[in-house]
Design a protein. Sequence first.
Length: 79
Amino acid sequence: MNKEVETILIECHILTSKALKGYEDRTYISNKVYETRQYRNKFHLGFQQFINYPIINLIWVILAVGVVLMVTAEKNIAR
């Protein structure tokens, strides 16, 4: 193998190694961005459900009032 071909192959190997390293970095960053977006979407979805489904909020309020009334009634009966 002559010197010129050997030099070209070495340069090609170096460039390929750099490209793969850059790809791995971008993949890592992409995964982190994806995880961050998923976390934000999870929070946003929970808040969105709170606003978009008022019937669920009404059910929770009724349940909470019922528990308070039961506890109050139990204390009054226990006296």
